[in-house]
Design a protein around this ligand. Structure first.
Ligand SMILES: [Mg+2]
Length: 163
């Protein structure tokens, strides 16, 4: 397995990852980051666009699974809204949460992708677990730290070169 900080694919937002594309990539399990991927920090609601996207992905036969580092009630609240399982306090960049989702669903890592907004947590966790990483732009910078971190990630926010 080759390790790379570059994402397999890059998108503006999660809703741009179509069920057709997931099918073409052979994805059966899509693991969702929460913070700044499905909702900005702090909110406990989901936008209609994300709800509609998740519904379309699920009805195409792809399983969704939240794997979040968040320690608050947010992962559970969103999992309930979306009617999907979740793991919180996942400790990404550790691959532990992703591996747990693979073990529970029984889906092969080759048929799994993680959608997330951060290189140093999501991309590394996906790589260590051997699943694909679909990088999205953070929904909103709610504090200066997030903007600084984004700046530090910029060199790696391009799709990796496919051999
Ligand atoms: Mg995030």
């Amino acid at each position: 397995m080759s390790f790379s900080l570059f994402p397999d694919r890059k998108f503006q937002k999660a809703e741009d990852i179509s069920p057709e594309l997931l099918r073409d990539m052979g994805i059966d399990l899509l693991i969702l980051d929460v913070d700044n991927t499905v909702a900005p920090y702090k909110t406990l609601t989901l936008e209609p666009e994300i709800l509609d996207w998740a519904r379309r992905v699920k009805s195409s036969g792809v399983r969704l699974y939240i794997v979040s580092n968040n320690k608050s009630q947010r992962p559970e609240v969103f999992a309930k809204i979306l009617d999907i399982p979740y793991i919180k306090r996942a400790g990404k960049p550790s691959p532990r949460g992703v591996r747990e989702a693979l073990a529970i669903t029984g889906i092969d890592k080759d048929r799994t992708a993680l959608v997330g907004d951060q290189i140093y947590t999501d991309t590394i966790a996906a790589n260590l677990a051997g699943v694909k990483i679909l990088l999205v732009e953070p929904i909103k910078f709610t504090n200066p730290f997030l903007a600084i971190r984004y700046f530090l990630e910029l060199p790696f926010r391009r799709e990796r070169k496919h051999k």
